[in-house]
Design a binder for this molecule. Structure first.
Ligand SMILES: Cc1cc2nc3c(=O)[nH]c(=O)nc-3n(C[C@H](O)[C@H](O)[C@H](O)COP(=O)(O)OP(=O)(O)OC[C@H]3O[C@@H](n4cnc5c(N)ncnc54)[C@H](O)[C@@H]3O)c2cc1C
Length: 321
């Protein structure tokens, strides 16, 4: 069984930043990064709001940089998943793809995946015109009419990416107003080829072999209408990746993990960071900070050996502690 001081589960911005800061603190650190570095950000055409990138940065540039940075600091990154977690006398037994590992502290940063609509046609047409990646599929939909379901940041950001190729992007949102930050909603509303339909619910995805449209209900008129579309992009929220832990930790109603200000979960030696943590606001900069905070707290815990130590709660000690 390989021994690490800290194992981080999750290779998104939270996990890789936790790995970076844990290694910088001198801890033998392993990041189990899942399938590819970067998590949700990997497929984003232009990540916005990250300090140092005023023009935004493509996910395919940014995410490998995160991995490289963590590795340069001394963290080992393996593209494997955490399959199970069990407490031991002196830490945690971690089951990964290629066997069992041991760590004194574990940081959970398994993030989230995009939710499905759960309507007829969705399962059948997944990957046949239904997509969750605008930057991947926009070139295939050049000069076609496409739909985006959702009205939050992700939906509008992806609608703006699609609008660079599609002839028209129809945003279908069930709420009375868009939920996105002003920077996205303003740009979408002013965009000449984006149409926003509020109070509209997608009831079915239409098509046999590939997407041909959606059946949508206008809630104000209570009338259903078939809208012809060449592709449907679904951004209706995130589902936290907490299945591995559900029998160990008390999850909240959104299936996220409760922590204190030092990213401590209810179990000694177990920390959580990033979107998976209750209350995280779902932005890259916030998740990165959260990963760094968790790494600092894990380091303090290993220094003191005292889970209840007050210094942990505040994670004080100055910027370079
Ligand atoms: C469409 C879209 C656009 C966005 N655009 C922006 C933007 O422009 N700016 C911004 O600041 N934020 C943006 N966000 C939000 C941003 O993506 C999230 O805040 C951020 O990705 C959260 O990081 P994370 O590391 O917590 O989780 P994630 O990014 O979800 O990473 C978690 C990682 O853990 C892996 N994993 C899952 N289960 C396991 C397991 N059992 N073992 C090991 N690894 C596992 C996953 O595969 C993934 O790689 C966007 C989100 C979406 C959906």
């Amino acid at each position: 069984m390989s021994d690490f001081e800290v194992i981080v589960a999750g290779g998104g911005v939270a996990g890789l930043t936790a790995g970076l800061h844990s290694a910088r603190a001198g801890r033998a650190t392993l990041v189990l990064g899942g399938n590819a570095p970067g998590g949700l950000l990997l497929s984003i055409e232009k990540i916005e709001g990250v300090p140092g990138f005023p023009e935004g940065v493509p996910g395919y540039d940014f995410c490998p940089m995160l991995q490289e940075h963590a590795e340069d600091a001394g963290a080992e990154v393996r593209m494997q998943e955490l399959a199970a977690l069990e407490p031991t006398d002196d830490g945690w037994r971690v089951t990964a793809d290629d066997g069992e590992l041991h760590a004194q502290a574990v940081i959970l940063a398994t993030g989230a995946r995009l939710k499905h609509l759960d309507v007829p046609g969705e399962e059948r047409l997944q990957g046949r015109g239904i997509s969750h990646c605008a930057s991947c599929d926009a070139p295939l939909l050049r000069d076609r009419i496409v739909g985006v379901v959702g009205g939050g940041d992700s939906a509008l950001q992806e609608a703006l990416t699609l609008a660079e190729a599609a002839s028209e992007v129809i945003v279908l949102h069930r709420g009375e107003e868009l939920d996105a930050q002003a920077t996205y909603s303003q740009r979408a509303e002013e965009h000449p080829t984006i149409t926003v339909r509020l109070q509209t619910v997608v009831e079915e995805i239409l098509g046999e072999e590939k997407v041909q449209g959606v059946r949508a209900r206008d809630l104000t008129a209570d009338a259903a209408e078939d809208i012809e579309l060449a592709g449907v992009f679904v951004y209706v929220g995130l589902q936290p990746n907490t299945e591995v832990l559900h029998d160990r930790l008390d999850l909240d109603e959104q299936r996220r993990i409760a922590t204190d200000a030092a990213n401590r979960t209810e179990l000694p030696g177990l920390f959580a960071a990033g979107y998976v943590r209750r209350g995280s606001l779902g932005q890259a900069a916030i998740s990165a900070g959260d990963g760094a905070n968790a790494a600092k707290a894990a380091h303090r815990y290993l220094q003191t050996g005292d889970w209840a130590h007050e210094a942990l709660a505040a994670v004080t000690g100055g910027p370079h502690a």
